[in-house]
Design a binder for this molecule. Structure first.
Ligand code: FE2
Length: 272
C-alpha cells in the first residue's frame, strides 16, 4: 500500500478487500475523512457493490435515496448516477450545481462515498470547495454573524432541473450559516448554490455575494477555492459532506461517468 498527502485530501493505493480486512486501516480512513475531508482509495479494480456497502456501514448508517427509481436493484443503499453531458436528466443537471448531499433535509448526510466505475477518456472528475477554508478567507463584510440562519430546500434545484421527483421533501430546513463541525470542531460555512434559499438574521450578508465569494458561482471552475479531483475507474471517494460542497465536472465528450453513490449518517448530528 502506498499513500501520499496532497494539499487537499488523502490518497491511498489499496484494494478494497485489504481495507475491509484491516480494522486499523478502516479506523484510519474513518478519521481521515474528517481530518482531510476527502479520502480517495485508488483500488484500480471494478467496484464490488457488497464491499462498498460494507465500507459505508463501517463509517455510519447507510441512508438510501428517497426515490427508489435511482436505487440499485440488489443494494437499495446504493444510488446509481450516470452523468452524461447531453443528458437532460434531473440528476445530471443537478450534479453540476454546488451542493452538499441532502442539505435540504433536517438530518443531512454526514459522509458521501462515490465509486466511479465507468470513466471515459475525457477530463472527468469531481470538484470540491472546502467551506472551512472558504469561511476563513471571507472579508469581514461577508462573514455571517454567529446567529445568521441559512434556509435550505429544493426550490432552486427543482427550478433549474425541471420538476419534482417522487418523494421530494417539500419543507425547508434551517441551520446556522456558519457552525462548528460536530466531529472536528472546525468552523465552516454551510451554504450552497443548489440548496440554500436565503439567509435570515440581522445584518446577514447577501446570499449571492456569499456564494460568489466562496467560488460557487464561477462556471469556469477556476476560482482559487475550487479543487478539481480527476476520476480513475476503480477510485472510491469518501468525503465529509458537511465541511465540503461538491459538484461534478462538466463533461465534454459524448460519454459520461457512471458511479455508485452511498450516503451515510454518522452519530454526530449538525448543531441546529
Ligand atoms: Fe452530490
Amino acid at each position: 500500500m502506498t499513500s501520499h498527502d496532497a494539499s487537499f485530501g488523502l490518497w491511498l493505493t489499496v484494494s478494497l478487500a485489504d481495507v475491509l480486512g484491516d480494522h486499523g486501516l478502516l479506523e484510519r480512513i474513518r478519521m481521515e475523512v474528517y481530518r482531510q475531508k476527502l479520502v480517495v482509495l485508488r483500488t484500480g479494480a471494478g467496484a464490488d457493490r457488497a464491499a462498498l456497502v460494507q465500507l459505508a456501514a463501517y463509517l455510519g448508517q447507510v441512508v438510501p435515496f428517497f426515490d427508489p427509481k435511482f436505487q440499485d436493484a440488489d443494494f437499495p443503499g446504493i444510488y446509481l448516477t450516470h452523468d452524461r453531458p447531453d443528458d437532460s436528466a434531473r440528476t445530471a443537471k443537478g450534479d453540476r450545481m454546488w451542493h452538499a448531499d441532502y442539505q435540504y433535509l433536517a438530518d443531512p448526510a454526514s459522509i458521501t462515498l462515490l465509486a466511479p466505475y465507468s470513466v471515459p477518456e475525457q477530463r472527468q472528475g469531481a470538484t470540491f470547495i472546502d467551506m472551512s477554508a472558504a469561511l476563513a478567507s471571507l472579508p469581514d463584510s461577508l462573514r455571517p454573524r454567529p446567529d445568521t440562519v441559512a434556509v435550505h430546500g429544493m426550490g432552486r434545484f427543482l427550478a433549474r432541473t425541471g420538476g419534482a421527483v417522487a418523494g421530494t421533501p417539500p419543507s425547508e430546513v434551517r441551520f446556522p450559516a456558519r457552525m462548528r463541525h460536530p466531529v472536528t470542531g472546525s468552523e465552516f460555512l454551510y451554504v450552497s448554490e443548489a440548496f440554500t434559499l436565503h439567509l435570515e438574521g440581522a445584518e446577514s450578508p447577501n446570499l449571492r455575494d456569499l456564494l460568489e465569494a466562496t467560488g460557487q458561482l464561477d462556471e469556469s471552475l477556476t476560482h482559487p477555492n475550487v479543487r478539481e479531483v480527476p476520476y480513475e475507474a476503480g477510485d472510491i471517494f469518501v468525503w465529509d459532506n458537511r465541511a465540503l460542497v461538491h459538484r461534478s465536472l462538466m463533461a465534454t465528450g459524448d460519454r459520461g461517468v457512471a458511479s455508485y453513490r452511498i450516503t451515510i449518517r454518522d452519530e454526530a448530528p449538525l448543531p441546529g
